[in-house]
Ligand binder design. Structure first.
Ligand SMILES: [Zn+2]
Length: 284
């Protein structure tokens, strides 16, 4: 991906090096619960924590620890991709949705983070919190991505663009609607709804890539394959197979490798938000 000369975003909040300090109450239950679901990438902490107690309200991020070394380029890269999503969606919102785009903030953290959706740790992977409209990412995730077989800068860009896809769902009122619908659902139904939400975010990531390339020529040869490969690498079937040796489709929350790659491609080829209506599609 051709990114080095790209604009850097101003909407980065660097909380790397901050530790969580606990006030009274709470305890470490959050850490225990979240460790169990570490396999599930990019789920809002409040959804993971449904029914569990989130750390006490006295929790904040103040104490410091060393910033992980060797992340300067990853930070620069993330800032450029974020800026590119801003430049893209600022144009696409009025064009395709008759709305004004509101830029989210991207929080960099190391290890643990306190979001408006609850406490999270790096093992959960990057996530978006619709309450504070922020994307949270521990840059060490890019190393995890490589270990999963999704190497390359465009694989990383796809992940960031997917999280921005969740922000778009929030701006369009989709996230709130989903949270309300979840209330009346059993687990299997909630998982199925989550898959639709996640595949739409993949499709939105593709829409971004389409326009970013047309406007700024960012894609180099091999990038599209890197993106499709990354989408497949974090498909539920592949992750479950790797972690537990077998696959339980009813427990999918993000979609299979084939579905994730296909919806990313759909957005990439169409460049249209309207092509990403995963909620009214019978066969995903
Ligand atoms: Zn997601």
């Amino acid at each position: 991906m051709l990114w080095k000369t790209g604009r850097r975003s101003q909407n980065i909040e660097d909380r790397r090096g901050l530790r969580i300090s606990r006030g009274l109450g709470g305890g470490s239950i959050g850490i225990i619960v979240l460790a169990l679901v570490a396999l599930f990438f990019d789920i809002e902490p409040r959804i993971v924590m449904q029914g569990a107690e989130i750390l006490g309200s006295g929790t904040s991020q103040t104490e410091t620890q060393p910033i992980p070394p060797g992340q300067e380029e990853a930070k620069e890269f993330t800032s450029v991709v974020l800026a590119d999503t801003e430049d893209t969606w600022r144009v696409l919102f009025p064009e395709q949705l008759n709305k004004k785009y509101e830029e989210p903030t991207l929080v960099l953290f190391s290890g643990v983070v306190q979001s408006a959706c609850g406490f999270a740790q790096a093992a959960m992977g990057p996530f978006y919190c619709s309450t504070d409209q922020k994307v949270y990412i521990d840059l060490s995730f890019f190393d995890d991505l490589k270990k999963l077989g999704a190497a390359g800068d465009f694989a990383q860009a796809y992940v960031i663009a997917h999280e921005i896809g969740h922000h778009i769902q929030t701006l369009l009122g989709i996230s709130d609607r989903i949270l309300a619908q979840r209330e009346h659902m059993n687990e299997a139904q909630r998982n199925a709804l989550s898959v639709r939400q996640e595949l739409q975010a993949d499709c939105f990531a593709g829409v971004w890539a389409n326009h970013a390339h047309r406007a700024r020529n960012i894609l180099e040869s091999g990038d599209v394959e890197e993106g499709l490969n990354a989408a497949a690498a974090i498909g539920d079937d592949r992750l479950q197979k790797q972690s537990q040796g077998f696959v339980i489709p009813e427990s999918f929350t993000h979609g299979s490798s084939e579905q994730r790659a296909r919806w990313f491609r759909r957005g990439l080829e169409s460049g249209k938000v309207s092509s990403c209506d995963t909620f009214n599609t019978k066969r995903l």
